[in-house]
Write a new protein. Structure first.
Length: 175
């Protein structure tokens, strides 16, 4: 019974912010109904427990058993609150998801740019985005054909280092 409450809170936290949501009355109504479901459920269990104890005493005393109308009514009330609470929550989520999609579509039409680059996607999702350092960026080399050719961004290996002369070679020259 607590799962719909957690899902609605997760929807508000991750997908749409509370200050951007519309039809908040549906969300609050669903929370109230789901809270009532829990209260009615616990009450039904307590009344059922008390009634069971009374019925056991009646059986032991060979008395006539009473029909349990209260627990049956509480169970129906619990089912109704649960179904209505979930229905209001589905209404709230569906309406806000559709409204959010239309708002995003309208923003794309206003921008006139339906093509979104990977950089824009990252910025939209507030993910960090860094450009490559200038040393790693290929630079165009002029060519004889007029088209740009890019240089290799990887540094060339160091030139061969002159090997030091053996100490035996230098000692033989000194002699």
């Amino acid at each position: 019974m607590g799962i719909p409450l957690v899902l609605s809170l997760n929807f508000l936290k991750d997908i749409i912010k509370l200050d951007q949501a519309s039809h908040l009355w549906a969300l609050y109504t669903s929370w109230i109904l789901l809270g009532l479901t829990i209260v009615v459920s616990v009450s039904a269990h307590l009344f059922s427990y008390d009634l069971t104890e009374q019925q056991i005493k009646r059986v032991e005393n060979k008395q006539e058993l009473k029909e349990d109308k209260l627990t049956i009514r509480l169970n129906y009330a619990m089912a109704a609150c649960l179904i209505l609470g979930i229905a209001f929550q589905i209404f709230f989520v569906t309406f806000n998801t559709i409204a959010m999609a239309e708002k995003k579509k309208n923003l794309n039409e206003i921008k006139g740019n339906t093509h979104v680059t990977p950089k824009e996607k990252l910025i939209e999702k507030s993910l960090p985005y860094a450009t490559a350092p200038s040393q790693l960026t290929p630079k165009p080399k002029p060519s004889s054909t007029g088209s740009k050719q890019y240089s290799n961004p990887v540094q060339s290996p160091p030139k061969a280092i002159a090997k030091p002369k053996n100490s035996s070679d230098s000692s033989s020259k000194n002699k």
